[in-house]
Design a binder for this molecule. Structure first.
Ligand code: 5GP
Length: 174
């Protein structure tokens, strides 16, 4: 079966939206420092672009998580693969995620990180599929709301492929 990727959001659209998110975060955090927590691997491209657009002082850390059990869609608990390097005590944390689907990953992460003594923990995602939501999680910064389709690019993969595409696309099988 042939596989191709159809563009859903162009490179220009994505970059422009990230620029505006950076402006908004810079305004909201005026006079403060933000600590960006990147959820690997998917959010890495987004976080780098976002960090460049934030004008208040920024520090970065990285974490990788996976769902417990083989069925990632039904599990409500996340397992930490790579943990953060630094403590979160008194920091203004923004968790940076690639996409929110059921909401389980972010909701679980937010609880986990709040318990580590952060001043506050906000959530930022490049993409949101609201139709798929199972857990009611409040996302503070959203790049784009998209339909329920499997997307790749800008860090998101299909079987570890397509992360390096500079746009967001939908995988089609002919
Ligand atoms: P949630 O816990 O919100 O159901 O799952 C979010 C995670 O599912 C994302 O971080 C991502 O790894 C994966 N995911 C959900 N939808 C998509 C999609 O359309 N494309 C890709 N590549 N990953 C997705």
């Amino acid at each position: 079966m042939a596989e191709r990727v159809e563009i859903l959001l162009s490179e220009e659209e994505v970059n422009e939206r990230i620029r505006r998110l950076g402006e908004q975060i810079s305004e909201d955090y005026a006079g403060k420092k933000v600590h960006l927590v990147c959820i690997l691997k998917g959010a890495s491209f987004f976080m780098c672009e976002l960090a460049k657009r934030i004008t208040v002082p920024v520090s970065l850390d990285f974490m990788s998580v996976s769902s417990y059990g083989s069925d990632t869609r039904s599990s409500g608990v996340v397992k930490i693969g790579k943990d953060l390097d630094e403590p979160l005590t008194d920091r203004h944390v923004i968790v940076v995620e690639d996409i929110v689907d059921t909401g389980r990953t972010l909701s679980c992460l937010q609880e986990m990180l709040k318990n580590r003594g952060a001043a506050d923990v906000k959530l930022c995602t490049l993409l949101d599929k609201p139709d798929r939501r199972v857990v009611d999680v409040k996302v503070d910064y959203t790049g784009f709301r998209i339909p329920d389709e499997f997307v790749v690019g800008y860090g998101l993969d299909y079987d570890q492929k397509y992360r390096n595409l500079p746009y967001i696309g939908v995988v089609k099988f002919d």
